[in-house]
Design a protein. Structure first.
Length: 327
């Protein structure tokens, strides 16, 4: 099978590439290396089945031919991370919406009807105060132009672009609402909590818990997320559907900090920081973000294989290697 992965040098995309190369597929990654990095795919560059194009999806001149060569496309290219969204909302809006529009238009023009998965995000559930979310929950976005919601707006636009093309032209497009995903190669630079806490814990620095730490998240290991994305792409009944992907085990951010501290045998103290101090005026945090996965299971039979503690142990071991190789 010939696979095209946009954003394939990023955290999830590079694991997606690993997965398909291991299965004997041919993989073409396109990435502008803005938040993705070459080191995530360095181990694949010598594989005869792997092709990499450093290019921006908005202007890439090979997009049409790459799409026409693909049996399956994972569209993961996007500007992500709360800090980046607050810093550069213009880039978020243009990359995330115009890139998706250009890609789906090219799929339609190509006429080959490949399997397409478009990555959306649990951010679209917005400020909905539900304890857990299924795909029919209302999407509650704040009024008043708070930039924090720019990312959610772009992902919602992507979902509706995909719906529109899938329905009007009978294209084979599934939409994945990805909840928090964690694992090796995830960077804390753009604010993601698990790599940030791991980085702090192994260096015995204060662990920065925002708010009172009682907000909860559910973390899916990236290898489980990749399996779920493959199952979704392979499932004809998922075409034209929006489907949650994540993990149903929930943990408070304070408990997460304590777990990482314990697993790293760290001397770090927990340091509670107000949202205002952490993110500035613009910020609304979401109290809970747990997916209901009934639809994913019904469509694909998906079951998670990883537990959070094992993912954290692996991330700690890799972080220790980084420290040791630098010294
Ligand atoms: N968070 C934290 N300390 C950090 C980074 C994040 O307490 O150094 C909190 C953040 O406020 C949120 C949770 O961890 O409540 C998850 O944050 P992340 O940005 O990883 O994901 P998202 O908020 O998009 O679910």
């Amino acid at each position: 099978m010939h696979i095209l992965i946009t954003g394939g040098a990023g955290f999830i995309g590079s694991h997606m590439a690993d997965y398909h190369i291991a299965r004997g597929d041919t993989v073409h990654v396109v990435d502008n290396l803005s938040t993705g990095c070459r080191s995530n795919i360095a181990h694949l560059l010598n594989s005869p089945n792997f092709h990499f194009s450093k290019a921006d999806l908005l202007v890439w001149d090979k997009l049409q031919s790459a799409i026409e060569a693909a049996d399956r496309i994972y569209h993961l290219a996007a500007v992500v991370g709360v800090k980046l969204v607050l810093q550069d909302p213009v880039r978020v809006m243009s990359t995330n919406m115009a890139g998706t529009e250009r890609l789906i238009r090219a799929v339609h023009k190509g006429g080959g009807n490949p399997q397409v998965v478009v990555a959306s995000s649990s951010e679209v559930y917005g400020f909905n105060e539900a304890e857990a979310f299924d795909e029919n929950c209302d999407l509650v976005l704040r009024s008043g132009g708070r930039l924090r919601w720019s990312y959610a707006v772009t992902k919602l636009a992507d979902e509706y672009l995909a719906f529109a093309y899938a329905r009007k032209y009978d294209l084979n497009i599934a939409i994945a609402r990805l909840f928090n995903t964690v694992g090796p190669r995830q960077s804390g630079v753009y604010g993601m909590v698990v790599p940030t806490f791991v980085h702090q814990a192994v260096r015995h620095q204060p662990i920065t818990v925002y708010g009172d730490g009682q907000q909860t998240r559910s973390f899916s290991d990236v290898r489980d997320t990749v399996t779920a994305l493959d199952l979704l792409a392979s499932c004809p009944a998922a075409s034209g559907e929006v489907v949650n992907i994540g993990n149903e085990q929930e943990i408070t951010i304070e408990a997460l900090a304590r777990l990482i501290k314990e697993r790293a045998a760290s001397r770090s103290e927990l340091h509670f920081i107000s949202y205002h101090e952490a993110y500035g005026e613009e910020f609304d945090d979401v109290s809970h973000r747990r997916p209901i996965l009934d639809k994913l299971r019904a469509l694909t039979g998906y079951r998670a294989q990883w537990v959070l503690r094992d993912t954290i142990d692996e991330m700690i071991a890799l972080e220790i290697q980084i420290i040791e190789s630098a010294s």
